[in-house]
Design a protein around this ligand. Structure first.
Ligand SMILES: [Zn+2]
Length: 348
């Protein structure tokens, strides 16, 4: 299957009542791990690259690796997504390269650190939407500010400093026409999300539910949604690592989100932990090894296992064959004639 529009993939997820994991990649082994898991569980999938990943791997390498994934797995719908675009130019370059979806994170200024005003966020996001939709490309926006920092991107702090205001979310969706919306409900990027197991009072699921009720057609996105399982932390620490005790987002909370409009769930940290644990184990227990394949193969297998588990937990497993890809040109027509509009029907 050619790369598909993320909008199509999320519309199908909404129809089927499931969520789709968006997994970050920097290299070939991670792409292979994701595709192995997608094949194993028969799942549609979102592969995403941050600005850091694009510069680490170089655009052309990364793009062709993902094209190879599509070529080798014609039965799997794959959307290729720019994670946390910091400017119109970043999103434009991804679109021109062939990404089928971009995130314009206008919640922060172009430095990727300083919270932006609502007006600034609307202006830059709308500009990206106009450019992207004319080319059939999906846009995810962000309203409210997540906690933590990842790949140098983020305002830092806890996830509770800038929780999304539902009224602003509705206004933002109306003014920009984004397909998907990342909201801040207390989650943070990186491994250190919570210093104790988060319960219902820590994650603002009521905010999420309120936003979904008012924006039923806009797909909600949960960022910073690794679960940071203890067994993955333990492997790292058992073989010489030094992770401090930490908690991620419990899978049950994500599943509650999925029942309330969450269609895209970003997972990166869990995969990093799985790979690093597997590599540490080989290097620690077999110090005589020096062929990178001796540790990259177990690392790839460890990541595949985590991704497959998430695909099952998010409900996307079994849905790869539900639909055929709609061409990006066809999707562009849908934006033009208004049939793909997500604008809220409610008058404010
Ligand atoms: Zn994020």
């Amino acid at each position: 299957m050619p790369l598909v529009s993320m909008r199509q993939l999320l519309d199908e997820a909404a129809k089927g009542g499931y969520g789709v994991g968006a997994f970050n990649v920097n290299d070939m082994e991670q792409i292979q791990a994701i595709m192995g898991a997608a094949k194993e569980t028969n799942s549609p999938v979102i592969i995403q690259a941050s600005r850091g990943a694009r510069s680490f791997a170089q655009d052309r390498y990364l793009f062709h690796l993902i094209l190879a994934a599509a070529e080798l797995n014609p039965e799997i719908p794959i959307a290729m997504h720019q994670d946390h675009g910091n400017s119109f130019e970043t999103c434009k370059s991804a679109i021109e390269l062939g990404y089928t979806s971009v995130m314009m994170d206008g919640s922060l200024k172009e430095d990727g650190k300083t919270p932006a005003s609502f007006e600034e966020n609307v202006a830059v996001t709308k500009k990206v939407v106009d450019f992207a939709h004319a080319r059939g490309v999906t846009v995810e926006g962000e309203i409210g500010v997540l906690g933590g920092v990842e790949d140098g991107h983020g305002a830092g702090g806890t996830g509770l400093e800038h929780v999304t205001d539902p009224d602003q979310a509705v206004e933002f969706a109306e003014l920009t026409g984004v397909d998907a919306l990342a909201i801040a409900i207390g989650t943070s990027h990186g491994a250190y999300k919570f210093s104790k197991k988060p319960d219902g009072s820590v994650l603002k699921m009521d905010v999420l539910i309120a936003i979904h009720k008012r924006l039923p057609k806009t797909h909600l996105v949960m960022h910073g949604s690794s679960s940071v399982p203890k067994d993955l932390q333990d492997v790292i620490n058992q073989y010489g690592g030094k992770l401090k005790e930490t908690w991620g987002v419990p899978v049950e909370e994500i599943q509650l989100g999925i029942r309330n409009g969450v269609r895209k769930i970003n997972v990166d940290t869990d995969n990093r932990l799985a790979m690093t644990g597997a590599i540490r184990k080989v290097l620690w227990t077999q110090p005589e090894k020096f062929d990178p394949r001796d540790y990259l193969k177990p690392a790839r297998e460890a990541m595949q296992k985590v991704v497959a588990q998430r695909m099952t937990q998010f409900g996307q497993a079994g849905h790869a064959g539900d639909y055929q890809a709609v061409s990006i040109a066809e999707i562009a027509k849908g934006y033009k004639d208004g049939s793909l509009s997500t604008k809220p029907l409610v008058a404010r």
